[in-house]
Design a protein around this ligand. Sequence first.
Ligand code: SAM
Length: 283
Amino acid sequence: MNQAPEPSLKAGLYIVATPIGNLGDITLRAAETLRGVAAVACEDTRVTGRLLHHLGAKPRMIRYDDHADGRAREAILGLATEAAVALVSDAGTPLISDPGFRLVREARERGIAVTSLPGPSAGIVALTLAGLPTDRFVFAGFLPAKAKARSEALLELAAIRATLVFYETGPRLVASLEAIDKGLPGRDVAVARELTKLFEECRTGSAAELAKHYRENPPKGEIVLLVGPPAEGGAAPDALEIDRLLTAAMENAKASQAAGEVARMHGLDRKALYARALELQGR
Ligand code: SAM
């Protein structure tokens, strides 16, 4: 193994992944780097302070958020031209549904060296646990909180032949599972919760089964929601299925648009679907 020792770190920005629950998942290189940098940019100084304390690291901490005004970014980039500066998030890999994209883009534009230290990321951990296909996957971040935007987002993803990976919160899980049951019917689904922690759980089933389970057992903690791809060369949807798809699509779109979307997703005849959509509407 060609291991790069880091006794004195070169100036630049170091993107450092940190554990998503189990502190044992910090890498040797991450620990060494956090002990060697002059400053750490982080989301929450209390959260990162605890990790640094655990590692015996004492760098200066700078609060950073991509959406805040540019002053913190300027300070971090200024420092990174002459010293080693790390970026961490509260947990997992920075930039993945977390701040850092703008910082990295500007660092690159200014010729500042950027080094990424790989480590845990909840979506990848969930993919390796759930037993769903991993040859193609799409990381889709958090689903929108509002029902209409959520079903539109699912409709947009419906034709993709890949496992879909979402970050989710406990209070919204059941609503998301219900929307998946309507918008992406027939898929294998997995809920991966509290990964790497004491109460880790990975539960699989249909969206309807999982919605029922979590309605009865409201979930606590952090969640990744996975939706398997549509069945390979799957049989064309039957009449009942078509009605379900059209009804779901018409919650947010006119009959003609809904027919178009379902036709595109399943390679069906748009005119026939439009006629059926009008019938369903007229009921
Ligand atoms: N950057 C992080 C990463 O690489 O995984 C993700 C940050 S995002 C703001 C936080 C979300 O990640 C949580 O709401 C949850 O969906 C997911 N997550 C983080 N830690 C998790 C864990 N231990 N188990 C399950 N999901 C987790």
